[in-house]
Design a protein around this ligand. Sequence first.
Ligand code: HEC
Ligand code: HEC
Length: 469
Amino acid sequence: MQWKIFRTPAVLFCAAVMLANSFSNFMPPTPVPPGTTYLEPSPQRSGDPATGYQYLLYGDFVSSGIPLRVFKKVSGSSSPDDLGRSGDAAGIPFRFNVVTTANGAKVVAPTCLTCHAERLNGQIVVGLGSNTYDHTNDASANFRAADMAVKFSYGEKSPEWEAYLPASRATKAIGPYIRTQTRGPNPADKIFASLAAHRRASDLSWIDEAQFDIPAETVPTDVPAWWLMKKKNALYYNGLGRGDFARLASASGMLTMLDSTEARRIDSQMPDLMAWIRTIEPPRYPYPIDQELAAAGKKIFEKTCYKCHGTYGDSVSYPNLLVSLEKVGSDPLLSNAYKIHPEYHAWYNDSWYGQGSNKGQLLPNDGYVAPPLDGIWATAPYLHNASVPTLEDMLNSTQRPVYWKRVFENTEANYDQAKVGWKYSVETAKTGVDTYDTTLPGYGNGGHKFGDRLTSEERKAVLEYLKTL
Ligand code: HEC
Ligand code: HEC
C-alpha cells in the first residue's frame, strides 16, 4: 500500500513531473515486499521515433546476408508484403531488410523482427515477441549450401561475396550451439554467448577459434513484448541489462559486424529505434469482456498482484521489482546461467559495449523481474521460458500441463478465449519438436503459485480483468 502515494499536493506534483519524464521513474514501494529488490533506473539517450522506425524497416544494423538475387531465386520472388515496404525491400519477408553495402552489393540481412514480430489473429504485430518460429534446427547447413550458390553466381572476388561472408562465417560457427528443444522459445541468450566467444572484447573483431567453452545448455526464453520496455528500469527477464538500453540492444550487430567501428555506427542510430519502441502500445483484447466480472477481478488483483506487477487503468504505476528465485520459484536455469558462466557478462562489461558515457552493463541477479502485464492476453505462452500455455494455467499451477502441444498458427480460430492463450492439447510424452516438454532443464513450468491461493471464482474474475490490460 505504501507506494500508492498520490495524496499530498507536493507528491502529486512530483508524480506529474515523473510521468512527464518517463515511466521508468515510478517510485518503488517502500519498503519493497519481502524477497524483492528495486531495480534503479539509469539515464537513457533520447532519439527520434520516426527515424527509428525507418531504421528498423530499412536499416543496416545487420549489414551482411544473402545476395538479393540469390535470395529471390531460392525463396521464390515474392512473399506477402506484411510491412508495406517500398524499394528493394518490397515483397521481402518481414524478418529481413535489404541492405546496400559501400561496394554496391545488395544483401538480405536478418533483423530484430526475426524475433520481435509475430502474427496475432492473422496480422503481423511489430513488437510482439515471436512465439512460433522454429529454432530447433542448425542453420549452418543452409549456409554451406549458400556458400556454393554465392560463389557460383558472383565469384570470390565480388562485392557480393565480401558482403555475404560475415553472415556465413558467424552462422556456421554458432549454428550448432543455438538450437532449442522445442519450437516456439528463443535461443537469444545463447546466441549472445556464442558470439562473445568469437569476438575480441577490445575491438569486437572476429576470432575463428572460440576463446571460451561455449556452454552446453541452450536456455530457452520467450521474447518479451517491446511495448513493455517503456516501463522498465532494467532489461531482460532477470534484470541483467543495465545502463544505456540503446547500447544494450545494439549488440545484435555482433552477428556480422566487422569490428567496433561498425558497432559505433550501429550504436549511434539505436537511440532512435529505442525512442520508437517506447511509442508502441499493446493491442486491445478484441473479444467480449464481462465488465462486471473484470471489475471484481481488478479488486482482487489490486490486493494480491499489484505489489509486484503494478496498477493499470486510471492510476498507472509499475514498481520495477526483481523477485528472488526462492520467492517466485520458476525455472532457475536462466537466472543461474550468468553465475555458472561469469566469463560472458565479464566479457561484455570489459568490451567496447561496456565503455564510455553511454555504456551498457550486464549485472547478473538472483531471480526474475515481475513484468508489466499490459497486453498480456496477446503474449501467450507465459513465464520467461514460455512454458505455461494460457493465463488460466498461470493462475492455477496445479493444472499446468507437463507435456503440451499447440498449433503454430496464430489465427482467431486457434485462440482460446476461455483459457486466454493459444489452444493446445495435453500430451503424455514428447513426440517431436512441436511438443513442449516441461521436464527438460530450463523448460520447467513450476513456481509463480500466487494464483493458487485464490478461490476458483476469484481466479475467474482475475482472468477476466487480465483481458482488459
Ligand atoms: C534471435 C532473436 C532476437 C533478435 C534478432 C533480437 N532480439 Fe531482442 N530479445 C530477444 C530475446 C529472446 C529477448 C529476451 C532475452 C532475455 O530477457 O533473456 C530480447 C530482449 C530485447 C529487449 C529487452 C526487452 C525487455 O523488456 O527486457 C530489447 C529492448 C530488445 N530485445 C531489442 C532488440 C533490438 C532493437 C533488436 C534488433 C537490433 C533485437 N532485439 C534483436 C530476441 C531477439
Ligand atoms: C512476489 C511478486 C509477484 C506476485 C505477488 C505476483 N507475481 Fe506474477 N510474476 C512475478 C514474476 C517474478 C514473474 C516472472 C516469472 C518468470 O518469468 O519466471 C511473474 C509473471 C507473471 C505472469 C506471466 C508474464 C509473462 O509475460 O509471461 C503473469 C500473467 C502474472 N505474473 C500474473 C500475476 C497475477 C495475476 C498475480 C496475482 C494473482 C501475480 N502475478 C502475482 C511476480 C509476482
